[in-house]
Design a protein around this ligand. Structure first.
Ligand code: HPA
Length: 279
């Protein structure tokens, strides 16, 4: 049973790891460096956790890093699972169930993505205010287990308004420019066509990427507070001249990843305070 698979993974993590985080961060392509600033680090490769799918995408370390940021316990996912790897939606969101059952209450999701809003430029950070699921699939399809959440979850506020407010305020106080907008999820692995980018621009998307939406959907279902921040690594197909490459995306993510790191450190401290956690 799916519930038992989740709890098996939770049990192993409790046995192996001392840290008991209330906040988790998923790091997107090229953003793994955010974990460097953690103290008292404890590592756990996904491959050692029962139920975790195999993964091999370059730019992803594929492990949990538990540790403290500004004294507060957090867990960072260095690398995530993608639908384009050929895994099921259930498989790619398995870690979210595990984090929730471990006691995590807030989830920060980051990604590298393409900009569509003409006011955006590569290197920008974007606060995700909402999303559009363009995959034709949903991670909650299948039998529902009420121990996790309801059959028909509400999606009015997937991205928690208070966490958005904290992030806006923090960016302002640090002098970090923060765009905001709607993230559209395409499965990948190919980048979009120029016609697809024009189409989703018309439909209200500000950015496009191949992750985040399955995880945010499941986290919302599980009752977690979700914060999403994107790094715009390139402009969507047809907006700027030239073809895309994964190398270009990773290089751009590494640059804006440093700014994202500064922002997240402060935001995480604020979130932990809100949770009223003991350090
Ligand atoms: N499209 C989809 N995913 C992406 C992009 C893009 O342009 N850039 C980085 N991830």
């Amino acid at each position: 049973m799916f519930y038992d698979e989740v709890m098996n993974a939770v049990r192993l993590i409790r046995e192996r790891i001392v840290c008991r985080p209330k906040v988790a961060v998923i790091l997107g392509s090229g953003l793994g460096g955010v974990a460097d600033s953690l103290e008292e680090k404890e590592y756990l490769p996904y491959a050692e956790i029962p139920g975790f799918p195999p993964s091999a995408v370059s730019g992803h370390a594929a492990r949990f890093v538990f540790g403290r940021m500004n004294e507060k316990p957090v867990v960072v996912m260095q690398g995530r699972f993608h639908y384009y790897e050929g895994l099921s939606m259930r498989q790619i969101t398995f870690p979210i169930y595990v984090l929730r059952m471990l006691g995590v209450e807030s989830l920060v999701v980051t990604n590298a993505c393409g900009g569509i809003n003409p006011g955006f430029a590569p290197g920008d950070l974007m606060l995700i205010t909402d999303h559009i699921n363009f995959s034709g699939n949903n991670p909650l399809i299948g039998e529902n287990d009420e121990r996790f959440g309801p059959r028909f979850p509400d999606m009015t506020q997937v991205y928690h308004p208070a966490l958005q407010a904290v992030t806006r305020q923090t960016a302002k106080s640090l002098g970090i420019a923060l765009q905001e907008g709607v993230y559209a999820f395409f499965t990948g692995p190919c980048y979009e066509t120029a016609a697809e980018i024009r189409a989703i621009h018309t439909l209200g998307a500000d950015a496009v990427g191949m992750s985040t939406v399955p995880e945010a959907t499941v986290a919302n279902y599980l009752g977690m507070k979700v914060l999403g921040v994107s790094c715009i690594t390139n402009m969507g197909t047809g907006i700027a001249k030239g073809a895309h490459s994964h190398e270009e995306v990773l290089a751009a993510a590494e640059t804006s990843g440093k700014t994202l790191c500064r922002l997240l450190e402060k935001v995480l401290a604020e979130i932990s305070l809100e949770e009223g956690e003991e350090a």
